[in-house]
Design a protein around this ligand. Structure first.
Ligand code: FES
Ligand code: FES
Length: 214
């Protein structure tokens, strides 16, 4: 058990130790200051990037972490491209990038200097719809419409991939051009989710544009 004397000694030692360590901060502050790294606006690294979106050149200065989807929606105010999951799982953000469809939520805008981007706003106009847009209207290829811009961009890109002879997981003959069949369409469009379940009408619209009896 600690006696009152022992307690007094211990307390005295403790005060001495405290006095000794009290001089440390003075030594630290005497050391030369290390310069802080340079900061940019908003403490983010901004980078210039030029994108050709729907035929119009845009010079942007973006946080390097900005996705292509956010660059389109938040910086260029092209809100036709939708953000569904933001994780590459729904296809709502599909756009055409240099002629290929891509999930714009999964790629950074600064990775695509000089690229040509086509969004749903660039495919057609209300007075002159793209054939795929017109076919979606004709065949009721949507209900709420949230997935529709991504579905249409994806369908356009998908037909382009078949035309180039790019096979899918259901293509049986890898030595021949893939067939324009509903099996191919459904497989190749499987990355575009429609929560309203308009799938059969979407396939009908694509089939009409492809010009086949799928
Ligand atoms: Fe990009 Fe869902 S928002 S895949
Ligand atoms: Fe509603 Fe596809 S039309 S999610």
């Amino acid at each position: 058990m600690t006696t009152p004397d022992e307690f007094t000694i211990s307390r005295r030692c403790l005060l001495k130790a405290g006095a000794a360590t009290a001089s440390v901060p003075a030594l630290v502050t005497a050391a030369p200051a290390i310069a802080a790294p340079p900061r940019t606006a908003g403490d983010a690294a901004l980078s210039p990037v030029t994108l050709n979106v729907n035929g119009k050149v845009h010079r942007l200065s973006l946080d390097t972490r900005t996705t292509l989807l956010d660059a389109l929606r938040e910086h260029l105010h092209l809100t036709g491209t939708k953000k569904g999951c933001d994780h590459g799982q729904c296809g709502a953000c599909t756009v055409m990038l240099d002629g290929r469809r891509i999930n714009s939520c999964l790629t950074l805008a600064v990775m695509h200097e000089g690229a040509k981007v086509t969004t749903i706003e660039g495919l057609g106009t209300p007075g002159k719809l793209h054939p795929m847009q017109a076919a979606f209207v004709k065949h009721d290829g949507y209900q709420c419409g949230y997935c529709t811009p991504g579905q249409i961009c994806s369908a356009v890109g998908m037909l382009g991939e078949i035309a180039q002879g790019i096979p899918s997981h259901v293509t049986e003959d890898l030595g021949a051009k893939p067939p324009l069949s509903s099996v191919e369409f459904r497989e190749r469009m499987s990355g575009n989710i429609c929560r309203c379940g308009a799938y059969s009408n979407i396939v009908e619209a694509i089939t009409e544009v492809a010009g086949v009896n799928a």
